[in-house]
Ligand binder design. Sequence first.
Ligand SMILES: Nc1ncnc2c1ncn2[C@@H]1O[C@H](COP(=O)(O)OP(=O)(O)OP(=O)(O)O)[C@@H](O)[C@H]1O
Ligand SMILES: N[C@@H](CCO)C(=O)O
Length: 318
Amino acid sequence: MAVFTPVSEAQAKELLTHYTLGDLVSLRGIASGIENTNYFVTTTTGVYVLTLFERLTHEQLSFYIELMHHLAARGVAVPDPQSRTDGTRIGTVNGKPSSIVTCLRGASVMAPGPVHCAQVGEALARMHLAGADFPVVQPNLRGLPWWQETAPTLLPLLDAELAALLTDEMEVQTRVAAMPEARSLPTGPSHCDLFRDNVLFDGDTLGGFIDFYFAGCDTWLFDVAVTLNDWTSDPATGEIDMARYDALLQGYRRVRAFTDAEHALWPYALRAAALRFWISRLYDFHMPRPAQTLTPHDPRVFERILRLRRAADSFLLP
Ligand SMILES: Nc1ncnc2c1ncn2[C@@H]1O[C@H](COP(=O)(O)OP(=O)(O)OP(=O)(O)O)[C@@H](O)[C@H]1O
Ligand SMILES: N[C@@H](CCO)C(=O)O
């Protein structure tokens, strides 16, 4: 379930008085999602998504909401946060920060083919370029400093072999991050969590990217690697499907060519992207938040992906 904080029709009507989106027609809770409360809100002007943020504060939200607004204004298919009559885009409902965004068409495709991966790659590159002049800088809050802070808390909970794997990959990634090539990688606002469930397709046509609440400024290569690891790997084995691999990366390259430094560091980016989700899943598994009622994602999926990416450093960018 993903209505943690119920919203009444009366509250929705009151909220809409702060926007110019017309009158309420219907309000329907959205079942999926594990972080926030989401409703479809139909008004006399269209369908929107109302989100009540269960964890993020007004201040923390501002980067994500303004980034989505910036991207939408440049024609990238992302939910567009609607402006209130006072010019702001974040409100408060039941004591929780709230936003109303445009509703994108489509649904997640959980068994994608090359046709989907090509569009995801292309749209990701367009998103990177469109975000390049976004003026606010907020780092990826699940980047290297967070791994360095979190890995030591996990080590005592892992068996010796897993602890050695985590320790070694942390050392490698810390060393790679200090290399001159790493410092010359193109960076900018990145989604950082562009998994299958965060992309909508209307039939076989991309509807857009959603769920920007892990976005932050990072290397574009890391964002490509996060996306690729999810969209092209078999979750049961971690193996990459090369038809989807080629489609996603060629799609990206049609919009933006990869630099020499990106070519050189690609195998490490794939490992870094696997490490990021292995750590966060281990963390959620061993240290669930008190209010968390849902089964955490399986950390072993990313342990397998990490092992395979470490064993095969022959993956190339087009
Ligand atoms: N702008 C949108 N347009 C269309 N559908 C949306 C939109 N935003 C959310 N949804 C629908 O709501 C569902 C839940 O949204 P979302 O994934 O953002 O939930 P969450 O709880 O915030 O995050 P998480 O993915 O971490 O569980 C999505 O799977 C999608 O079906
Ligand atoms: N995409 C993340 C969940 C956080 O959005 C994962 O699969 O671990």
